[in-house]
Design a protein around this ligand. Structure first.
Ligand code: MTE
Ligand code: CO
Length: 390
């Protein structure tokens, strides 16, 4: 352009005037030009915002860590604003010594750091009967992946002394939802954490401040927020969240129960309906995320022609157990329509199923545990749409 690029030629305001000094932003926020990057809900999904969900803007993120302020929220009775000085964690039931911990007590136990994904069992639940929500934020955004700092639950249970008859635990939240789940003692003694930090800072109120249970690889509903009590028992409690909810209705009307592990899953986050191609044909970075509740993701395949041909994507970033993985496929886009899909392989050898394969086993009555392959149709303009192909 003979006139030259005004972005180079013109003096900008930020070239001429001093900016704000240190301390103008004592707890930093993103640039004002990033204000479109935000959690969002789907208004018709739930009747009331206090028992609702919003979604992580996966299409705006890169790498594997979800920033704290963008972690999706799922509350059954709103956000409890808990004063840590007034908060207690009780362990009772089939234990030698029932115990009550203050937050200070918890800080005296050895702690660990782990990056784990949390996926709500209902993630992608609206897509069982057909392509519905137009954007990976809405189809796949009930997931976040953060580094937790916390005390292994095992250490707290050992302190209380689990009786030989103690085979299950029931964590309970301090919010008004009466959130309780039954968890087998083997899992409780294995890798569960009583966490108080996420990505280095205190848990956000939305995520269960001051303390939440971390149940790696298992459905998000079990990750009790605002954790106030853990009862040890000899059998599961069969409470609301594991009977009328969080069970999987099969085609024959029978319900599968206790489907805790999150199966391997992936989604292309860009291009996607909320992240169209805007720069036209030429080099294109196709990217997305993959995860498995059973281990790591050594491989993701990507197709741009609806599954006729597949290419192995490039994994980039840490490959951690039960954590989100990032993949890329760098292509030359010819400007022709594409049918984009990704297919995750996890470290057990399991391969993410097509929608057809999943429906064959599960029917279409389910809400929970939909880990099928997602398709985006991209047109010549670079716009993407949620579709289903067979
Ligand atoms: N814990 C309590 N106490 N109350 C809740 O409403 N929601 C559960 C779980 N733990 C919930 C809870 C559900 S269904 C999910 S998916 C996760 O928390 C969501 O965690 P997040 O809000 O950090 O995304
Ligand atoms: Co949930």
């Amino acid at each position: 352009n003979a006139e030259g690029d005004p972005a180079i030629i013109n003096k900008q305001e930020w070239n001429q005037y001093l900016g704000e000094g240190v301390d103008a932003r004592p707890y930093g926020m993103p640039s004002q030009f990033e204000s479109h990057v935000r959690r969002q809900d789907v208004p018709w999904l739930t009747a009331d915002p206090v028992s609702s969900v919003n979604f992580t803007p996966l299409h705006e993120l890169d790498g594997i860590i979800t920033p704290n302020g963008l972690c999706f929220e799922r509350h059954h009775a709103g956000i409890a604003e808990v004063d840590p000085a007034e908060h207690r964690l009780m362990i009772n039931g089939l234990v030698d010594r029932p115990l009550v911990f203050t937050m200070e007590d918890l800080m005296r136990f050895p702690r660990e750091n782990h990056v784990y994904f949390l996926e709500c069992a209902a993630n992608t639940g609206m897509e069982w009967a057909g392509a519905q929500l137009n954007g990976c934020q809405f189809t796949h955004g009930m997931i976040h992946n953060v580094m937790y700092t916390g005390v292994p639950l095992r250490l707290l249970l050992q302190e209380a002394g689990v009786k030989t008859t103690g085979k299950w635990i029931m964590p309970e939240g301090a919010d008004a939802s009466g959130m309780t789940r039954s968890i087998p003692i083997e899992k409780a003694l294995d890798d569960c954490l009583v966490a108080f930090k996420m990505n280095g800072e205190a848990l956000r109120p939305e995520q269960g401040y001051p303390v939440r249970l971390v149940v790696p690889g298992w459905e998000g509903n079990m990750w009790i927020k605002w954790l106030r009590r853990i009862e040890v028992g000899d059998q599961p409690w069969h409470h609301r969240e594991e009977t009328s909810k969080y069970t999987d209705l099969l085609a024959d009307g029978q319900a599968r129960r206790f489907t805790w592990e999150m199966d391997a899953k992936s989604v292309i986050t860009s291009p996607s309906p909320q992240a169209p191609i805007t720069q036209g044909p030429g080099p294109l970075v196709i990217t997305g995320v993959a995860w498995s509740g059973r281990g790591t993701i050594p491989r993701v395949d990507v197709t741009i022609d609806g599954g006729i041909t597949w290419q192995q994507a490039r994994m980039s970033g840490p490959s951690l157990n039960k954590s989100m993985h990032r993949f890329y496929l760098d292509v030359e886009w010819d400007g022709k329509p594409m049918l984009l899909q990704s297919r995750a392989h996890d470290s057990t050898g399991y391969v993410q199923p097509t929608k057809e394969q999943l429906r064959h086993v599960r029917g279409e009555n389910s809400i929970y545990h939909n880990n099928s392959i997602q398709t985006w149709a991209v047109n010549e303009k670079g716009e993407a749409e949620n579709v289903e192909i067979s």
